[in-house]
Design a protein around this ligand. Structure first.
Ligand SMILES: [Mg+2]
Length: 160
């Protein structure tokens, strides 16, 4: 079960501060969207807006990597002028690796940020980059299949 253990366990994306990024030498963040940065299918809040601005000011590139539709990803990304990819097929690594190459991101300075072990963290590990797990945002909005996955995740977490 240790295989699934992320490099970092955080409460919230805002735990990623300028100091944290410098300490861990992160220059690119591949992030899940739903329940990681915003409630499922809902737009971004003020806190997220400030966080994205902080990343931009420090030249840390944020790239959305979601299994949701490209339309959902575009609706989210466009106001921030950040790039994002839908249908990423996480936990497989192929799509994310392809996007990584396209923007010239390096394994050593990239992070995968997400709220699901068997989707986001597993994907990040397969890609070969650092991984950070956050507590899901707005769980009351989550579809039933994700609620079920949470139960399995909790079982695994008790065993690492
Ligand atoms: Mg998610």
């Amino acid at each position: 079960m240790r295989y699934f253990k992320p490099d970092f366990e955080l409460h919230h994306f805002s735990d990623i501060t300028v100091e944290w990024l410098e300490r861990n030498n992160i220059q690119t963040i591949f992030s899940d969207l739903d329940s990681t940065l915003a409630s499922h299918d809902l737009p971004a809040g003020d806190e997220l807006r400030n966080w994205i601005n902080m990343l931009k000011e420090h030249n840390v590139q944020l790239v959305i990597a979601s299994n949701n539709s490209q339309e959902r990803v575009d609706r989210f990304c466009d106001p921030f002028t950040i790039i994002g990819f839908g249908h990423c097929k996480k936990p497989t690594a192929g799509e994310v690796k392809k996007h990584m190459r396209a923007i010239n991101a390096k394994e050593e300075t990239s992070l995968f940020l997400g709220d699901q072990l068997f989707t986001d963290i597993w994907c990040g590990k397969r890609v070969g980059i650092k991984t950070a797990l956050v507590k899901p945002i707005g769980q009351e909005h989550e579809p039933i299949q994700i609620v079920f996955k949470r139960k399995i995740e909790n079982w695994v977490k008790k065993r690492w």
